[in-house]
Design a protein around this ligand. Structure first.
Ligand SMILES: Nc1ncnc2c1ncn2[C@@H]1O[C@H](COP(=O)(O)OP(=O)(O)OP(=O)(O)O)[C@@H](O)[C@H]1O
Length: 277
């Protein structure tokens, strides 16, 4: 049984707008998936259904054997943690420490266990030096790490990050890469929504593309990025390494920059004698 199973799910907002139309996919323990797509493609609406924040209008979502329709959001959220696109929708405590601790107190965890989890999440997100500070003393990109820390501390098996790369500088992106690697190594299942294709190329093995409320591709990142027609239909830019492989006629060299460099060197060498003739 998969950790999460999304079965032919659609969602219509109360005003009648269909935001998600017949989406299906599975998520296994330890999997690390990126979801990409244009604004309004239905990404956020899809992932909000995974942690029970909203329920499908039709179709079913099974989380750890539980159909989300038959459980409360709080019950499903014990397994699936969701980091909102806007951290300000989530933060309401006046120190980073209290913010991370809030959910743990609600879970009635003993103080020692709360402290252990807070320190672990704070170190992973780089928030350990700022535990006494007010989250609103930081820019939005850093507040995002506060909300990520809260969800990590909750111990959920599935973690959903909604646009964590937005506004991050190089240091923030590297911190995100490190924590994604570490959480995956711990066996967590991760879903990350992002518009940063280079970040996807570097950090995710599986890629889902959403376009116009549907999933139009789901597979290995180093293959899906080469689906030129689908990328164009979804109005997405291929990562640099894919575009270069394509333009120099190298075919599919995956996402390996070294392989592209080798291809160029080889071809230059092979082309050199005829150029001299
Ligand atoms: N409460 C709502 N009522 C009606 N329509 C909504 C509501 N929330 C979102 N929508 C619409 O549903 C569509 C899908 O929104 P969603 O946020 O899932 O897209 P997205 O792919 O995550 O886009 P983005 O990258 O901009 O976050 C959008 O057209 C949006 O305007």
């Amino acid at each position: 049984m998969s950790l999460v199973e999304v079965k032919n799910v659609s969602f219509t907002y109360p005003n009648g707008f269909v935001a998600v139309d017949g989406v299906s996919f599975k998520l296994e323990k330890g999997e690390n998936i990126a979801i990409v797509g244009q604004n309004g493609a239905g990404k956020t609406t899809t992932v909000k259904m995974l942690n029970g924040l909203t329920k499908p209008t039709s179709g079913d979502i099974i989380v750890d054997g539980k159909n989300t329709k038959e459980y409360t959001t709080a019950q499903i959220a014990r397994t699936v943690g969701y980091v909102f696109q806007n951290p300000d929708d989530q933060i309401f405590n006046n120190t980073v420490y209290k913010e991370i601790e809030y959910g743990l107190k609600r879970m009635k965890l003993p103080k020692e266990e709360r402290e252990r989890r807070i320190m672990d999440a704070a170190v992973l997100t780089g928030m350990d030096k700022f535990l006494d500070q007010n989250p609103y003393d930081f820019p939005l990109s850093v507040r995002k790490f506060v909300t990520i820390a809260s969800v990590i501390a909750s111990g959920c098996e599935v973690l959903i990050f909604d646009e964590p790369t937005a506004g991050q500088d190089l240091d923030g992106l590297e911190r995100l890469s490190r924590l994604i690697r570490e959480l995956t190594a711990r066996g967590k299942a991760l879903i990350t929504i992002t518009h940063d294709m280079e970040f996807v190329a570097e950090n995710f093995e599986r890629l889902i593309i959403m376009c116009n409320k549907k999933i139009v591709a789901d597979g290995r990142t180093d293959e899906v990025f080469y689906y030129k027609d689908i990328m164009e239909e979804a109005k997405l830019k291929q990562p640099c390494v894919v575009e270069v492989s394509d333009r120099i006629g190298a075919g599919k060299l995956g996402l390996d920059l070294e392989a592209v460099a080798r291809f160029i060197k080889e071809n230059r060498r092979n082309a050199a004698p005829s150029a001299q003739n």
